[in-house]
Design a protein around this ligand. Structure first.
Ligand SMILES: O=C(O)c1ccccc1NCC(=O)[C@H](O)[C@H](O)COP(=O)(O)O
Length: 261
């Protein structure tokens, strides 16, 4: 239900975006400097997976988390605490995000910035690159193999990296065929919203070693972080837990400092 609703809403936004994105802006995208690589950031060895810290004001499963978040201070705290990248939810209705948040984050940190939204068409990739995203999320469940391949190629032509997210075993084949820069295993069931870290443990061994892999969602403690580390991921993406802590800097440290594996 949620996915159908969000896709329908996004289709309306896309129609407006197609009409409003000027030719001049579409051309400007090819003159932008190279992105800051998320895949490379994850390859830096630290003895534990890199933390991707998320700016997530609200969610469909939890409602308001921190709707009035100071986006700049939060991103800076995350980065100073050692986050390897910042994920920014830009979807407006359910997550209370926006593209201005992404622009603010990009202007305030040196680490890669990931746009998390429901991207369905190339025009949203152009919009992402113009807004300063280094990487974008694509959700395998939403696409055929052919469409996935063409979106990943389009993103690469624009200079963007792609985090391609899977939830089920049967999505892995087409996700791998699309050849993204990073594969994500999302522990949240998109229909029930229930999270289970066992999803990463089960799917991680099925993904070829050449891909950097991120475990996403459902991490609320250092124990959870360590559990995903043990499952063999290169990165862990955390939203709600970090957003509920008073200090973004200390929140990041609390998950990662001295995690030895
Ligand atoms: O967070 C949700 O409720 C949600 C529901 C439906 C689709 C996507 C959703 N979240 C997007 C994400 O992938 C998470 O924000 C991200 O992985 C962080 O998850 P968490 O640490 O559990 O906040």
């Amino acid at each position: 239900m949620f996915l159908e609703r969000i896709v329908e809403m996004k289709r309306q936004e896309i129609r407006q975006l197609e009409g409003s994105l000027q030719e001049k802006e579409r051309e400007r995208v090819h003159q932008l400097p190279a992105v800051c690589s998320l895949a490379n950031a994850l390859k830096e060895k630290m003895g534990h997976p890199g933390l991707i810290a998320e700016v997530k004001p609200a969610s469909p499963s939890k409602g308001d988390i921190r709707p009035e978040v100071d986006v700049t201070a939060t991103a800076q705290g995350y980065a100073e605490g050692g986050a390897k990248a910042i994920s920014v939810l830009t979807e407006r209705t359910f997550f209370k995000g926006n593209l201005q948040n992404l622009q603010k984050v990009k202007a305030s940190v040196q680490v890669p910035v990931l746009r998390k939204d429901f991207i369905l068409e190339p025009v949203q990739l152009t919009e992402s690159r113009l807004a300063g995203a280094d990487a974008v999320l694509l959700i395998a469940a939403l696409f055929s193999e052919e469409k996935l391949c063409s979106l990943v190629q389009e993103a690469h032509q624009l200079g963007l990296e792609v985090l391609l997210e899977v939830h089920e075993e049967d999505e892995i084949h087409r996700a791998v065929a699309a050849n993204p820069d990073i594969l994500g295993i999302n522990n949240r069931n998109l229909h029930t919203f229930v999270t289970d870290l066992e999803v990463t443990e089960r799917l991680r061994p099925l993904i070829p070693k050449r891909f950097p892999v991120i475990g996403e969602s459902g991490v609320h403690s250092r124990k959870d972080f360590e559990r995903l580390a043990q499952a063999g991921v290169d990165g862990v993406l955390v939203g709600e837990y970090l957003m509920r802590q008073a200090s973004p800097y200390r929140a990041v440290r609390s998950l990662t400092a001295e995690v030895g594996l």
